[in-house]
Design a protein around this ligand. Structure first.
Ligand code: BGC
Length: 657
């Protein structure tokens, strides 16, 4: 392995710019290099067809990150990371360009399906496990997009104007937590942060490296570099993809003394280290499972993340019931049930067929496509569907969004489903009181037009290719639903703070500050359709026996959950913290811990969650550090952010972290 001292200046300048679209530079074979590929919901690689076109190579399509987050299971996150690592090992990929950990500040953000949550603790901890799964199996990650990249609108120019405390408490946090898993790389975002391009955001890079212990390399997002010299000075190590013009300008700038040798060496050294680390990490690693087994895992993870939003006794389906299924999502074609852009995976297995999977589980099933995603005309001819809905015991309407609505480089226009889909729900539900809506969407939907007219809502999300099996298992009760929402479903877009803050052609002002998602709805008592953390089960759970005891640097929280039903299930319990008499503004409560456990029918489980002092601290703008204010803190344990079951108090002294 060469060191930076053994390279000429020209070689170093070349090294800090990528080679083509997907490799780091190898100086004509003098150096080893690495290959990168997208992420995060499956491996997206391209090949040239005989007629010179570029096409995606099929790969296992896992559930979208949004659905993974709804599992609230770090085991699932780790397992998905492991499976993805094995896909990468088999295809020669050293670094997966994943995961995306940006906060869902605005439910309309076109890339929300790629991100974990509106809550930074949930996003960070799930990402940490996902990264652990990938890197412990030999494949590096590239966490993205640093930072404050929370909408796609005019993403190459927008500045996210956000204050330091909000960055520290909300937008940096997922990166900070993810850094505990020692990611080999981070990718900057396209947008500007407080006026400075993210590719040149030295202050942020210094926080990553200085405060969060990040010791890897920083990649640019693809074509995010405007001025290679400025970005190198800021500490951005690799520009991707290779850009001839930017490279020539960099060389000229160096010659003109605009980039110092120390600055150049720092970046070049980190590129060398990155490659060496990836090669070392990969040594002796081989896939231990087949693609078929990984598809099974994808399906299992999807079934663990599917959220039962509403159920008035109609689910699970009862044996012998006749079922009518309508909507094109039930027999999805590839790309239908996924978001668009760099995270879009070409499915390996293309037979997505929910009616068939229900029939295979012993139900009499009839199906009508009846409507497409957006085509209003299709529903006008759907009299057959309405008639059939009326004649069956249960009517299942499959609706959603997909690549045409949720995609990179643009935001959704509305939180509502396309009119034809709302119409289909309302018209069939009018004929059949036992109507179930299955929602295939990558982010929150405004359900207000139809939710009161149906008996059950299953939020399937972007399930990946095993989604038909996963949804069938949930509907029939083979799998007891245990997913919970990682983002709020607001009543309407008007209620979302981000929708009401200042935005012009170039500037998005984060005047909502810390009030993102449930932090806002709870504090200001704004009603929502389905709260953060919500998710029903076919079982029922009772919480009891909360204790919260300070033991040195942690507060140990324990409680018990009893399964009071006759069905085995899994319960995600959430631990929120509230400062009783804060000296600075604090949202009403914030998630600081969670745990998921399987509990047999009639069984009990003890939950134990340890809260470090950081769980109680705020970022002090007065002294630029984390501080715990002396006083009382409430520990709130709940089944969702709106369903708090237990409360306890701890008293803490003043602490500077
Ligand atoms: C996206 C990144 C992606 C990269 C490479 C960019 O447009 O923002 O998330 O990794 O392309 O495909």
């Amino acid at each position: 392995m060469k060191t930076v001292k053994e390279l000429s200046t020209e070689e170093k300048l070349r090294l800090i710019c990528g080679k083509g679209r997907w490799h780091t530079e190898d100086l004509g074979g003098k150096l080893p290099n690495v290959m990168v590929a997208d992420g995060p919901v499956g491996l997206r690689m391209e090949r040239k067809t005989e007629d010179g076109k570029t096409e995606a190579i099929p790969a296992v399509a896992y559930p979208a990150i949004q659905l993974l987050a709804n599992t609230w299971s770090t085991e699932c996150a780790r397992q998905m990371g492991k499976c993805l690592a094995e896909d990468c090992l088999e295809r020669g990929v050293d670094i997966l360009l994943a995961p995306g950990v940006n906060i869902k500040r605005d439910p309309l953000n076109g890339r929300n399906f790629e991100y974990f949550s509106e809550d930074p603790y949930l996003a960070g901890t799930m990402a940490e496990s996902y990264i652990g799964g990938l890197q412990s199996h030999g494949v590096g990650v590239c966490i993205k997009h640093f930072c404050a990249n929370n909408s796609e609108y005019d993403r190459l120019h927008q500045t996210s104007d956000v204050d330091e405390r909000t960055l520290r408490e909300i937008y940096y946090v997922p990166f900070e937590i993810a850094c505990k898993a020692k990611p080999v790389s981070v990718m900057c975002s396209y947008n500007r942060v407080n006026g400075t391009y993210a590719a040149e955001y030295k202050k942020g890079f210094d926080v990553l490296r200085g405060d969060f212990g990040f010791d890897g390399a920083i990649f640019s997002d693809w074509d995010a570099v405007r001025d290679r010299t400025a970005s190198a000075k800021a500490g951005l190590d690799i520009e991707m993809p290779f850009n001839e013009g930017n490279y020539e300008k960099l060389v000229a700038d160096y010659r003109a003394g605009k980039l110092s040798d120390e600055e150049l060496d720092a970046c070049a050294e980190r590129v060398l280290n990155l490659v060496a680390r990836c090669k070392e990490m990969r040594k002796g690693k081989k896939a231990s499972s087949t693609e078929k087994e990984r598809r099974r895992e994808a399906m299992r993870i999807a079934s663990e993340g599917i959220v039962l939003l509403k159920n008035e006794g109609v689910l699970p389906l009862a044996e012998g019931q006749s079922v009518f299924v309508c909507g094109s999502f039930a027999k999805a074609t590839p790309y239908m049930i996924s978001g668009g852009g760099s995270a879009c995976v070409r499915w390996e297995e293309e037979n997505f067929d929910l009616p068939e999977k229900l029939a295979a589980r012993g139900f009499a099933v009839d199906y009508e496509k009846a409507f497409l995603v957006n085509d209003t005309g299709a529903w006008q001819n759907a009299r057959t569907a309405v008639l059939k809905a009326g004649r069956s015991d249960v009517n299942i309407v499959c609706v959603g969004t997909g690549v045409g609505i949720e995609y990179e480089d643009g935001d959704r226009k509305t939180l509502r489903l396309p009119a034809v889909q709302e119409r289909a729900i309302l018209d069939t539900a009018a004929q059949n009181p036992n109507t179930v809506v299955v929602l295939f969407a990558g982010s929150a939907i405004d359900v207000s037009a139809w939710v009161d007219r149906v008996k059950a809502v299953v939020y399937a999300g972007f399930t990946g290719e095993g989604g038909d099996e996963a949804v069938a298992d949930i509907l029939t009760g083979k799998v007891n639903p245990s997913g919970k929402l990682s983002e709020t479903f607001p009543l309407s877009i008007e209620d979302v703070p981000a929708a009401n803050t200042y935005k012009c052609a170039g500037v998005t002002r984060y005047q909502d500050g810390l009030d993102v998602g449930y932090r806002y709805y709870d504090t200001y008592e704004v009603p929502v359709a389905f709260p953060f953390g919500h998710g029903l089960s076919y079982a029922s759970f009772a919480y009891s026996g909360l204790t919260a005891v300070r033991e040195g640097d942690i507060v140990k929280v324990t409680f018990e959950v009893e399964n009071t039903s006759g069905a085995a299930g899994k319960e995600v319990a959430q631990v929120y913290v509230r400062e009783c008499a804060p000296l600075v503004y604090r949202p009403l409560k914030e998630l600081k811990g969670y745990a998921k456990a399987a509990i047999g029918a009639g069984g009990r489980k003890k939950y134990c969650v340890e809260l470090p002092m950081r769980a109680f601290a705020h970022w002090s703008a007065a002294s630029d550090r984390w501080e715990v204010t002396e006083g009382d803190y409430e520990i709130l344990v709940g089944a969702s952010s709106a369903d708090i079951r237990l409360r306890a108090k701890v008293t803490l002294p003043e602490i500077q972290l």
